[in-house]
Ligand binder design. Structure first.
Ligand SMILES: NC(=O)c1ccc[n+]([C@@H]2O[C@H](COP(=O)([O-])OP(=O)(O)OC[C@H]3O[C@@H](n4cnc5c(N)ncnc54)[C@H](O)[C@@H]3O)[C@@H](O)[C@H]2O)c1
Length: 420
């Protein structure tokens, strides 16, 4: 086998993995079903925020190539699956991409290969879904002819401090031998590898991490509402609480949760609990209810602020600043800015947007262009809402230049702004 690693799925997770492995000296290829992604990478173009075009050029120089030809998987000693795990329209886990990637591996599985699933999924997927696909498609025996493990991806797009190499990597094999093989593989480019008891524990650990965030964000989002009513500054409350050096971790309220993980992954866990055990995972359901209603709550607060100027939302110009799901990236997946814009438009507001990382934004079928001149648009708008605090923004200066400024991220001093 002439290739050390094939990465299936070259997105926000797969591409940083390719980069880390290539930098460690591994011979890596990438397999993806999207021609635009494959052709783009092979011609030196990155579609992922954290990887520059120059970095892709360097990967190509060091022998990396992307392919849509699944037969190239045969040459690899290790195959890592990093494909999307979304929800279906009725809110259930949608494993179509995981299954089809596993089928591509199965058709091309060479004896001795290590197969790792990194896509976030419900506990049991590796053993109950992937293993039968690999066994039936290849005729090989798991744990004897090939090794199978789960290793949750912990990539945090935009994070300048923690990347793949310095974030501990959990690995759990379907067999003990697979755990050892997977741990040895990741140690080649990750500082700390943490073996799990089995794949199931590794799968559940990832869901615990994201469910924990989801629930704690819901806790402060619910507090934001009643603290406002009680005239208590929740941002100050959180800053006070976090001076305790143990037993407390700060989470912050906001206009809703977005991205590919927090609003989606807990559903994988609650679906498993419900389908296997028949009862709901109540914490997750409550957190979903609270977080999902934050955009309409923000729209209502916007209405209250305009009311101070005797203006209705209908006909008022509202400028949204930052429409991605987190700061300093261009990823808009599940961003709460969309339901917020919808809620404002339903009330008749004239919604405009600015984001340093997004030129055009699709809201309920309308493609909006970013305002051309930020300062002029801020001065003109009846209300400016800070939805995402990108590095490029000086929030206090923007607030001072606005007629009314609503800060949903708690980053302004509050002198010229209303804070969530
Ligand atoms: N983005 C994050 O911050 C993040 C963090 C941790 C975990 N995850 C998890 O990692 C997984 C991948 O997420 P992502 O953000 O990288 O997705 P992504 O959409 O950025 O990339 C996925 C890639 O997989 C490709 N693909 C789809 N079906 C395929 C198939 N059958 N074979 C080969 N390639 C296929 C797509 O074309 C795309 O290029 C998901 O399970 C996600 O929940 C994501």
């Amino acid at each position: 086998m002439s290739v050390d690693l094939v990465v299936l799925g070259l997105g926000y997770v797969g591409l940083p993995l390719v980069e880390a492995a290539v930098q460690a000296g591994l011979k890596v290829i990438g397999y993806d079903v999207n021609r635009r992604v494959v052709d783009g990478l092979n011609s030196g173009h990155s579609h992922v925020d954290d990887i520059s075009n120059a970095a892709v050029a360097e990967l190509l120089d060091r022998g990396f190539s992307a392919t849509m030809d699944e037969r190239e998987i045969q040459d690899a000693r290790v195959a890592v699956i990093c494909v999307p795990t979304p929800l279906s329209v009725d809110g259930r886990p949608e494993l179509g991409a995981v299954r089809s990637a596993a089928e591509a591996v199965a058709r091309n599985l060479s004896p001795g290969t290590l197969v790792v699933l990194e896509s976030t999924t419900y506990p049991g997927t590796t053993q109950e879904v992937i293993e039968p696909i690999l066994v039936e498609g290849s005729g090989l025996v798991a744990g004897v002819d090939f090794y199978l493990a789960f290793s949750p991806e912990r990539i945090d797009p935009g994070n300048q401090v923690y990347g793949l190499a310095n974030t501990p990597k959990v690995v759990g094999g379907v067999t003990k031998g697979a755990t050892r093989r997977a741990a040895d593989f990741y140690r080649r480019f990750v500082d700390t590898v943490v073996p799990a008891k089995s794949a199931r524990e590794a799968e559940t650990a990832k869901l615990l991490e994201n469910t924990y965030r989801h629930i704690n964000i819901a806790l402060v989002n619910e507090m934001a509402r009643f603290c406002h009513e009680l005239d208590i500054d929740l941002w100050d409350v959180i800053n006070l609480a976090k001076t305790k050096p143990f037993g407390f971790q700060a989470f912050y309220p906001g206009p809703g949760v977005g991205g590919h993980c927090i609003p989606i992954d807990p559903n994988y866990l609650s679906h498993r609990v419900k389908s296997r055990l028949g009862y709901p995972f109540r914490f997750v359901e409550l957190a979903q209810e609270i977080n999902a209603t934050m955009p309409t709550y923000v729209a209502r607060r916007a209405q209250d602020i305009l009311n101070l100027d005797s203006k209705p939302l209908r006909g008022s110009s509202v400028l949204l600043l930052g429409i991605t799901y987190k700061p300093d990236i261009s990823d808009q997946r599940e961003s709460p800015a969309v339901p917020l814009a919808q809620a404002l438009r339903v009330q008749g507001a004239d919604v405009q947007f600015h984001d340093p990382n997004v030129e055009r934004w699709l809201v309920t079928g309308d493609l909006l262009d970013r305002v051309a001149d930020l300062d002029a648009a801020v001065g003109r708008a009846d209300l400016v809402i800070l939805v995402q605090n990108h590095r490029a923004y000086d929030a206090d200066a923007l607030a001072a230049a606005s007629k009314r400024f609503f800060d949903t991220k708690g980053v302004t001093s509050g002198l010229n702004s209303f804070r969530l």
